[in-house]
Design a protein around this ligand. Structure first.
Ligand SMILES: Nc1ncnc2c1ncn2[C@@H]1O[C@H](COP(=O)(O)OP(=O)(O)OP(=O)(O)O)[C@@H](O)[C@H]1O
Ligand SMILES: [Mg+2]
Length: 259
């Protein structure tokens, strides 16, 4: 598990609108990469191209390449459904399936992938995924109760358990803590720190302390002006970005002197 991603000259469009221009970057395996930058600069857009979720929007397309361990995710023969199985995603708002139990939520992606699991294999995967998401001890006595009955922070960890149950290589998280209180946020940050020993993790965050706490590498995205495409200004080791960035725009952004 855990793969390296190389993005090469990626341009991203919504119909005629050129949303992000010419991104090239490497995302290292077994590490956490954070995307930061002002609203509208394209962080979520770039994230969604990494598992081909971008193109589910009508008219949305890309040019350029995204390679996962040298396999081009945008090659003609690549099946986007297969890409989405290997590259899981966790969203800003926890989105457990409302009518499903905790157990069914965790195993939802697994049954969709139509793997026939025995009851004992399913139980084992359930426990392993919930343990992996640091949620097991809190829910082990109520696995058949609704997932929607958990707290916000627990629901987000449930969504992470659902993402890891399909055994992906990469986990993408788009502002996974923005709807959570500080305690749940710290629980998710601890979890992200643990996940990187098995997975390649990419997280979008508006919280710069969070980027500094959880990530190994940070990419700063920016827009020259409204209506212009967003771009990756620089990507480097997180301590370098936050102490001695190469570009003035990065320095202005991280020090709050923006605009
Ligand atoms: N479904 C869509 N259709 C058309 N344009 C879109 C769509 N989603 C995003 N955009 C546009 O693409 C650009 C980048 O948006 P994106 O959501 O990626 O920014 P972001 O950096 O994630 O912002 P935020 O920090 O506010 O979440 C914006 O100009 C946005 O309006
Ligand atoms: Mg966004």
């Amino acid at each position: 598990m855990s793969k390296r991603i190389d993005v090469k000259n990626l341009d991203i469009y919504y119909g005629d609108f050129h949303a992000v221009k010419s991104v090239s970057m490497t995302i290292e395996p077994r590490s956490v990469t954070a995307f930061i930058g002002p609203s509208g600069c394209g962080k979520s857009t770039v994230l969604r191209t990494l598992n081909r979720m971008h193109e589910v929007i009508p008219g949305a397309h890309v040019t350029g390449e995204v390679l996962m361990d040298d396999r081009n995710l945008y090659a003609k023969e690549t099946d986007p459904v297969d890409v989405r199985r290997q590259v899981g995603m966790v969203f800003q708002r926890p989105n457990p399936f409302p009518t499903m139990s905790i157990r069914e939520n965790v195993l939802a992606g697994v049954s969709l992938n139509s793997k026939r699991l025995s009851k004992s294999a399913a139980d084992e995967l359930l426990e392993q995924s919930l343990r992996g998401a640091n949620l097991w001890t809190e829910v082990k006595d109520r696995l058949d109760r609704p997932g929607a009955g958990l707290s916000g922070g627990q629901q987000q960890r449930l969504c992470i358990a659902r993402a890891i149950a399909v055994q992906p290589e990469v986990i993408l998280m788009d502002e996974p803590c923005s709807a959570l209180d500080p305690i749940s946020t710290l629980a998710i940050e601890d979890l992200i720190n643990e996940l990187k020993s098995d997975y390649t993790v990419v997280i979008v965050t508006h919280n710069m302390q969070q980027a500094a706490r959880v990530s190994d590498r940070t990419g700063f995205f920016n827009l020259e002006a409204t209506g212009m495409p967003g771009e990756l200004v620089e990507m480097d080791d997180t301590p370098k970005i936050f102490s001695n960035p190469s570009k003035k725009a990065t320095e202005d952004y991280i020090s709050g002197r923006f605009g």
